[in-house]
Design a protein around this ligand. Structure first.
Ligand code: NDP
Length: 295
């Protein structure tokens, strides 16, 4: 048996198409264009790539993109002043400050300064609290949101399933666990201090790996037929000396055991930007008092 491969790239393309159609409809019916502001401080190469692809994806769905590239030496005060300006700008419905920020800037302070209504990354404590308490207007972090969409598309109703999330970060593991709990899964959150992790993972109908360790979750950790969502993105050098991307799951050994699995690349990765656009669209509709589209 070989697992069904969950095509995140195709699902994300469909989602982006639905977002683009909705943006066109909003322009015609309500006469406004949703806008996303992305702020980059410094010249971290990976962050530059992310910011460029976010800007491109924003324009492709017909939204307005506002890119702010600041010098690495930018002071915290100057960054907070920019965030404050974007908070008050009616053309901006979503604000994303690309992380990591240079060491002299207090990341938590910056994230807390973004108004929760425009926090399309979903990192603000108000949005984290809303997700945890089941509020309908929480803005949910993009990677877990995209992972949940793939899970529901693959499995339908998730109620009663046992789910293990490996990783407890604020941006992936914890919100993922909250989302699965909201879907009535029985959720276990594992981390670096978990004892006998393979045995814990083996209980799961759903495994979400968000660890940041290349190919750590092995095929013999997985219950036969389980659905595996691999959030990890790790750059490794192969025996041929070439760099390639791998997940947190050992794909080759997991493939014959799992029922369904996301590949890396082409699984969760493409969902993250698509969900950022979805969050921006929803934030824009809320700002205008319009009904939220079903995507
Ligand atoms: P963090 O480093 O913030 O968190 C990693 C988590 O994994 C921690 O909770 C840590 O536990 C746990 N962990 C580390 N080592 C082990 C171990 N040996 N056994 C069990 N648990 C362990 O990472 P992120 O959550 O930010 O990201 C996780 C992965 O997802 C990374 O590969 C990242 O690149 C990728 N990612 C992908 C995105 C996408 O768009 N597809 C977006 C965001 C992230 P503890 O808390 O105890 O230290």
């Amino acid at each position: 048996m070989s697992a069904r491969i969950i095509d995140g790239k195709a699902f994300a393309a469909g989602l982006r198409q639905r977002i683009a159609a909705e943006v066109t409809r909003l322009k015609q019916a309500a006469g406004f264009t949703p806008g996303l502001a992305v702020v980059l401080v410094g010249e971290d190469p990976a962050s530059q790539v992310y910011v460029r692809s976010k800007g491109k994806a924003t324009l492709e769905v017909g939204m307005a993109s506002f890119e702010h590239k600041l010098d690495v030496g930018t002071t915290q005060e100057a960054l907070l002043a920019l965030v404050d300006k974007l908070n008050r700008d009616p053309a901006v419905h979503g604000i994303l400050v690309q992380l990591p920020l240079p060491k002299h800037i207090d990341e938590a302070r910056v994230l807390a300064t973004i108004v929760p209504e425009k926090d399309v990354d979903g990192f603000h404590v108000v949005n984290a609290g809303k997700l945890a308490t089941g509020a309908k207007d929480a803005i949910v972090p993009c990677t877990p949101l995209g992972s949940l969409m793939l899970l529901k598309d693959t499995l339908g109703d998730l109620a009663g399933k046992s789910a293990v999330v490996v990783g407890r970060s604020n941006i992936v593991g914890k919100p993922m666990a909250q989302l699965l709990l909201k879907e009535s899964c029985t959720v276990t959150v594992a981390h670096s201090r978990t004892r006998d992790l393979p045995a814990v993972v083996r209980q799961a109908d759903i495994v979400v790996a968000a660890v940041g360790r290349a190919e750590m979750v092995k095929g013999d950790w997985i219950k036969p037929g389980a659905t595996v969502i691999d959030v990890g993105i790790n750059r490794v050098t192969g025996p041929d000396g070439k760099a390639r991307l791998v997940g947190d799951v050992d794909y080759e050994s997991a493939l014959p055991v799992a029922g369904a699995i996301t590949p890396v690349p082409g699984g969760v990765g493409p969902m993250t930007i698509a969900c950022l656009l979805a969050n921006t669209l929803i934030a824009a509709c809320r700002a205008k008092g319009l009904a939220e589209p079903t995507l």
